[in-house]
Design a protein around this ligand. Structure first.
Ligand SMILES: Cc1cc2nc3c(=O)[nH]c(=O)nc-3n(C[C@H](O)[C@H](O)[C@H](O)COP(=O)(O)OP(=O)(O)OC[C@H]3O[C@@H](n4cnc5c(N)ncnc54)[C@H](O)[C@@H]3O)c2cc1C
Length: 435
């Protein structure tokens, strides 16, 4: 290391790399550390990387609508040489079925309207026109495969949906984190890979750096916990959990990849669909596949994990349950006997809203609890974390006078206290991956 860094960032996933990039642009000398040997190979690599705008809170919607613009303008944002391999954003739109569970999306449309985020209401005929492979029978509430009546319609049918045309997905989320790391390096940031943090160093009531597994110490006046599903362990190491009302915990997830039904090019004509009637979301996946994730219905037990490294990586009957739930909507879907997809961890927070905050330990910050829904916000979260660190290190008391932060694209101020570790549990949240 050439000089003592101004800040150590624990984690080189998409949010950690964005934080490094944004701090480096402000002139901070940062060192990012990650136990993986490649950038972006924590939960970022397993992400479905869906960039959508509809959230159940106004702040969540504003943040995600702001976040979209960075993916739209990715090449300009990262500013890498022209021949660099950069992540691709595919703008296919996101269709969300109106259901009782989401209040027929009244709130979501209101918030999008307030923020000038475009959306369209679709009737059943329009849904069938875009997705001719879809049956519009209703199956709510979601059941487990072994439950009586699984796969039988409740006799009703879907009445409509809302389409957000600007939504899309990123084809290679790990590459997007690597783009951010390369962009940060262009501004002098350093990345140390294959090193594990085992201790948060402190002196006189302030953080002073980190110790690595081999005993090496890296000293810095600022340390930022962006450890993804490992965030709770890092917060424990720092001894900062006592004043937090919101905690974080690794939650295991399975994502299904199935081929699209013969005769329909889902990759070219499909869209992202969030369907709380069957508790599944999906998006097109390369090779004319469909990727199917779970919207965490109450009948599915949460698969909490104690460790972010030592957890079962094989698929279980959860994979089959999700595939079968999606087959209710797409009766021509073939379900292969070989299970393909992703097993990974969310860093779930108590109310499924992230924590972007300082901590009780001066100099120690956290960007965690991303709850399966913050990939899309990584660039703006990085920018906001950089502003928060600068504000607090400049003498601002964020706990009593929270930072007001301008979202530059949508030109709107947000109260960063919304993401406080000490907030009351937010009742407006969906308490699911939907945020
Ligand atoms: C299956 C799945 C699907 C998802 N789908 C979406 C989606 O469609 N849209 C969306 O917006 N979000 C989605 N998400 C969420 C999104 O992927 C995450 O919010 C985001 O990737 C988190 O990035 P991060 O940088 O905070 O964490 P990570 O990418 O997990 O990075 C944390 C890093 O910290 C490192 N680390 C941890 N502990 C230590 C230690 N002690 N020492 C050194 N290094 C350490 C890890 O090795 C890791 O690389 C999904 C997540 C999952 C798991």
């Amino acid at each position: 290391m050439s000089q003592t860094p101004d800040a150590v960032i624990i984690g080189a996933g998409v949010i950690g790399a964005a934080t490094a990039f944004e701090l480096a642009k402000l002139g901070w000398k940062t060192v990012s550390v990650d136990r993986n040997t490649q950038v972006g190979h924590g939960s970022t690599a397993g992400s479905c990387a869906i960039i959508r705008m509809h959230y159940s809170t106004l702040d969540g919607t504003a943040f995600a609508w702001e976040g979209y613009h960075y993916w739209r303008d990715w090449a300009d944002y990262v500013g890498l040489p022209e021949d660099a391999d950069i992540a691709k954003f595919v703008e296919v739109g996101c269709l969300v079925m109106k259901t009782e569970a989401n209040g027929h999306l009244e709130k979501h449309m209101k918030y999008s309207g307030e923020l000038d985020c475009p959306f369209e209401e679709w009737d059943p005929a329009k849904i069938s026109n875009r997705l001719p492979i879809y049956s519009l029978d209703s199956f709510a509430p979601a059941k487990r495969m072994e439950d009586h009546g699984f796969g039988e319609s409740n006799g009703a049918s879907l009445k409509g949906a809302v389409f957000w045309p600007k939504a899309g997905y990123v084809t290679d989320p790990a590459l997007s984190a690597q783009n951010l790391a390369d962009a940060a390096r262009q501004h002098g940031a350093e990345f140390r890979l294959g090193v594990e943090v085992t201790e948060i160093l402190q002196d006189n009531g302030r953080v002073t750096g980190i110790r690595l597994a081999d005993g090496e110490e890296i000293h810095a006046p600022v340390v930022i916990n962006v450890a993804g599903p490992g965030s709770a362990m890092i917060n424990e190491m720092a001894g900062v959990t006592h004043d937090m009302t919101i905690s974080t915990r690794p939650l295991r997830q399975e994502v299904v990849h199935v081929p699209a039904p013969a005769g329909f090019d889902f990759e070219a004509q499909g869209t992202i669909v969030s369907d709380s009637d069957i508790a599944c979301y999906c998006r097109p996946e390369q090779g004319n596949h469909i990727l199917v994730g779970s919207e965490d219905p109450p009948c599915d037990p949460h698969d909490w994990q104690d460790s972010d490294t030592d957890y079962p990586r094989d698929f279980t009957d959860q994979w089959t349950t999700q595939a079968m739930r999606y087959a209710q909507r797409v009766p021509s879907l073939g379900i292969p006997s070989r299970m393909r997809g992703v097993v990974d961890l969310y860093d779930a927070s108590t109310d499924w809203i992230p924590i972007y905050d300082k901590s009780a330990l001066p100099g120690f910050y956290m960007a965690c609890g991303s709850s399966g829904n913050q990939y899309k916000n990584a660039p703006i979260a990085g920018k906001m974390m950089a502003a928060l660190v600068a504000y607090c290190e400049g003498g601002g008391d964020h706990d009593t006078k929270p930072l007001q932060f301008r979202l530059p694209y949508i030109d709107r101020d947000i109260d960063v206290g919304f993401y406080s570790r000490k907030r009351p549990i937010n009742d407006e949240s969906s308490f699911s991956v939907l945020g």
